[in-house]
Design a protein around this ligand. Structure first.
Ligand SMILES: [Zn+2]
Length: 311
């Protein structure tokens, strides 16, 4: 991704505790950072506690915060991590310790950089943690489009939930998304977060939907075009992806930005009349990375993949 010169990849800064506490209970934050969470709380997260996990977690949230600041300056920012949407205010879940998007959204609001914020979560699993954190906050619209018969089995209530049946493919998915996105933009968001999980892909071991690669690219294009049309700054994060082979997930995560963000294709679709600073801004953006792979996950994902360690 870095090799074509359109993207700048750099290591993520670590988030600081103060930022984390904008979206999380201080006692929970302390217990995680100090390694004093209860055994059931650790089990619910799904990872054994370690200093490395703390570093990784703070880098993951830090990457989304850095991408958010980038987006304020240049309209969009991205991270090769994040999307840990199963983390609740006072507990972790499904391999998610802290909710990076919730932290970044709260950072924007606290610093008066944006008030009305939309979270578009298209991971195949419901964004239950994000829904819970913003349940009583009218200025944050949470959308989750997910497969109904999938983790988490006890769903939370997002502002907009779209529960799809098992086996839904490209046509129905894209039709539904188009209708749903219009509701998101009726809300008038000043900033948009996009959790672009790649696990609705047909080859995903946990997804239960049947989107093709072309369908997933069309999904991402639809979101990015809709956001750009409205001119809102936005951040794209990763999310889940458990394809067999895993190369399908990698392709699904990287093709959309390659094809669309700051690309020739995007320029030609815009037309010469639209060659504005906004387009150029996309070209100079960077993607923030951190040293390990993104995930959202469910507790049995590591077992399914035969892995003993987080990946
Ligand atoms: Zn997922």
């Amino acid at each position: 991704m870095a090799s074509d010169g359109r993207f700048c990849l750099e290591p993520a800064p670590l988030a600081d505790r103060e930022a984390i506490e904008l979206a999380h209970d201080p006692e929970y934050v302390s217990a995680f950072l100090e390694g004093t969470l209860s055994a059931p709380a650790i089990r619910r997260i799904g990872f054994p506690w370690s200093e490395e996990l703390v570093q990784r977690t703070m880098a993951s949230v830090g990457s989304t915060l850095a991408a958010t600041k980038q987006a304020l300056a240049n309209h969009w920012g991205g991270t090769l991590a994040g999307g840990t949407h199963h983390a609740f205010r006072a507990e972790g879940s499904g391999f998610c310790v802290f909710n990076d998007i919730a932290v970044a959204a709260q950072w924007l609001r606290t610093n008066n950089r944006a008030n009305r914020i939309a979270v578009i979560d298209l991971d195949v699993h419901q964004g239950d943690g994000t829904a819970q954190i913003f349940r009583d906050e009218p200025n944050v619209l949470t959308l989750s489009v997910h497969c109904e018969v999938n983790f988490p089995f006890r769903k939370q209530q997002s502002k907009i939930d779209v529960s799809l049946a098992e086996g839904v493919g490209d046509a129905e998915y894209l039709r539904t998304l188009e209708e749903t996105l219009s509701r998101v933009f009726e809300f008038g968001p000043e900033f948009v977060f996009y959790q672009a999980g790649a696990d609705p892909l047909y080859s995903d071991a946990l997804g239960k939907l049947k989107l093709t690669h072309a369908g997933l690219i069309a999904r991402d294009r639809m979101v990015m075009e809709a956001v750009r049309e409205r001119g809102s700054p936005f951040v794209i994060t990763m999310g889940g992806g458990y394809s067999k082979p895993i190369e399908n997930t990698v392709l699904a995560h990287f093709e959309p930005p390659r094809k669309f963000l700051g690309s020739d294709e995007s320029d030609s679709q815009e037309g010469q009349g639209e060659q504005t600073g906004r387009c150029r801004a996309y070209e100079v953006n960077r993607i923030v990375i951190h040293p390990s792979t993104a995930f959202d996950g469910r507790a049995d994902q590591a077992v399914n993949n035969g892995a003993k360690e987080p990946r």
